[in-house]
Ligand binder design. Sequence first.
Ligand SMILES: *[C@@H]1O[C@H](CO)[C@@H](O)[C@H](O)[C@H]1NC(C)=O
Ligand SMILES: *[C@@H]1O[C@H](CO)[C@@H](O)[C@H](O)[C@H]1NC(C)=O
Ligand SMILES: *[C@@H]1O[C@H](CO)[C@@H](O)[C@H](O)[C@H]1NC(C)=O
Ligand SMILES: *[C@@H]1O[C@H](CO)[C@@H](O)[C@H](O)[C@H]1NC(C)=O
Ligand SMILES: *[C@@H]1O[C@H](CO)[C@@H](O)[C@H](O)[C@H]1NC(C)=O
Length: 437
Amino acid sequence: MNFAATFVSLLSFISTALAVSFIVPGAVWTDTSGAKILAHGGHVIKVGTTFYWLGYSVAANVQPNIYSSTDLMNWKHVGIASTAVSQMYRPKFVFLDGKWYIWGQVNREIVTLVAPGTTPASTAYTLTGSPALIPPDARSFSDMGVFVDDTGLNYFLSSADSNNIQINNINAGTPITIGTRVADLEDGALEAPGMFKASGVYYFIMSGKTGYRPNPNKVYWATSLAGPWQGGTDIAPEAVNTYNSQNSAELVITGTSTTTYIFLGDAWDINGTDASNYEWLPISVSTSAHTATLQDFSMWTVNPNTGIVTSSGFANITLDAADGIVGGSAVIKKRAVHNINSSSNVTFTNVIGNGDKQWVSFKYSVSNVYAGEAHVSVNGAAPINLSELNSRAGHFTTVPVALSLKNGANTLTFGTTAVKGGEFEAHLEGIQVFDDY
Ligand SMILES: *[C@@H]1O[C@H](CO)[C@@H](O)[C@H](O)[C@H]1NC(C)=O
Ligand SMILES: *[C@@H]1O[C@H](CO)[C@@H](O)[C@H](O)[C@H]1NC(C)=O
Ligand SMILES: *[C@@H]1O[C@H](CO)[C@@H](O)[C@H](O)[C@H]1NC(C)=O
Ligand SMILES: *[C@@H]1O[C@H](CO)[C@@H](O)[C@H](O)[C@H]1NC(C)=O
Ligand SMILES: *[C@@H]1O[C@H](CO)[C@@H](O)[C@H](O)[C@H]1NC(C)=O
């Protein structure tokens, strides 16, 4: 008997989650224990070689929730930062005078938590100070961000309820408080502010105010935080509504080879629940035009040391829908299959699997997201609704899901189910099968 081999296979059997090899915008992301990551309206910072992701968990009464990672893909759950607060929206870390704080919006005021020690990775943050409105006009607010300038100074970004985007100084002291106003930007109904600086220019990203429905997020720029702020250009083609997401914060990776700017967005479900996913994409900055544009990658990685983004060359198979076998009344137009209703489907045979979990992207659209669902059947097993694998299925045109395929040839059937008594159909462009997870 080969003990080493037995030990290895036992280990792989008891390990609960497979290592993640890609950032897959819009997919369901799980932590190292296999649980869905709940860190909405969040923020990512880097301390030494570790990234900390702070966001809120709806399941935990909208309390701040922390994860840590060294590669932005494999996230270990640190835990709920504090149970002393609830209904704290869009929390952000602030580090000042050797102390770690969490700031978040509770009842449209700022509420402050402080960590007991010298690490942001704590589950024992306690309440400090008093809830506060934004000076100098005592405005209430909805969304907030934190920007650290290369001077080391911290700034508080907020979308005030009076449709003003404000930048305020942060006062040192114990605890920190919101200081004087640096800028007041008024350009219609904007929220969800986040900022980064590139080549001496500040880029201020924010979304429109449309609740949890996505809109074309905008970028403004200035050479001084006090303004004048110019622009208001879309960060992605207008029609894609920021790839169905909303800005939450920006992360800058200052690597040894290049500096990479990353948009951290939420792909909300209609009610902003924990079924919401995340849309993280690199930002390409034009220093001459002063625009910031999201790079539309279905799968990518960033090297945290060099800063280099890799977005292609991953082993994958792309199949057009017309490469499949069409069952029933659906029709092939160009290379896509249209009118897939509950009496038709598309079957792909000979989909090569690696015997483990791997990403499969379905590119499709539906006639009405509330009238039915697309599903997939793997090797003749009972169909699984794609919404069970990706809570935002149907809302996106590219729906990445993790499927367990057997080693060698697999058969995948794409079909639909209409909500009882209704009409529903899907148009399938094709699928892309990646050989890893
Ligand atoms: C969203 O909330 C509304 C109002 O509470 C509810 O009627 C609806 O079913 C919810 N939708 C989803 C998709 O959860
Ligand atoms: C998919 O594989 C092809 C080569 O077969 C490669 O050119 C392409 O970049 C890959 N796509 C992605 C997203 O990695
Ligand atoms: C695909 O659709 C055809 C025609 O409706 C049907 O006969 C077949 O059983 C379906 N296959 C699967 C796997 O659902
Ligand atoms: C599916 O579409 C075909 C062709 O349009 C139609 O004849 C059939 O009744 C539809 N089936 C269902 C269940 O809606
Ligand atoms: C799959 O989706 C259909 C259409 O919405 C629904 O009727 C059905 O109950 C779902 N199946 C499961 C197992 O949730």
